[in-house]
Design a protein around this ligand. Sequence first.
Ligand SMILES: [Zn+2]
Length: 249
Amino acid sequence: MTLSDDELDRYARHIVLPQIGGAGQLRLKAASIAVVGAGGIGAGAIPALAGAGVGRLTIIDDDRVDLSNLQRQPLYASDQLGERKVDIAARFIGKRNSHVEVRTIPDRIEPDNGEAILGGHDLIIDGTDNFATRLTVNDAAVALGIPLLSAAAQQFQGQVALFGAKPCYRCFVGDAFDADDCDTCAELGVLGAMTGTVGNFAALLAIRTLLGLGGGDEAGTLHMFDGLALGWRKIRIAADPACRTCGGA
Ligand SMILES: [Zn+2]
């Protein structure tokens, strides 16, 4: 695999970075990421991932654009109401960077399709809006041995964490949310700029992970952003010895 003249120009600001260079850019080109959810988080992450030249992006979402999405989802426009989000996202990525191969899945991740849809990727980013889907994505990620980057924003709070084999997302939230009955941003609200901040941070963490940037292993660290106090902090997540997905510590 090589970089064309067009790609060398396009990624010049990456390639000049000693931590990336041509070799790092080729690693991004060879990489594949599954983005589960093309809502606020996905709309924050997808432009950054496409611009960075991640070679293959799979966008998974069964939703269509609603007027109430536009406050926080900059992939979509007022004349696209009712259109499938994955179709618009794919067109956006194609225009933004034709070197990125896009696959769209207009479906939800369920226990019976999760491993088939998510298999074969180097990283999964989950920006969905309910715990049931998040736990299903987690179970598939652990079974497949694929790192899972989970990102969420609600009101003025954001959370991003990378999960490896252990701890997993279920260690973090427990079993209580398997039923699809939990709070979503529709009920609690969210500032539009919060999902953009968190989605972009998720893209940064994804690129760091793919390239091994920054030295430390971020797996198992929860990054929290407070949009009112205005700052990030981070804590370690403990593996749950009773976790029925990863078996815990
Ligand atoms: Zn676990």
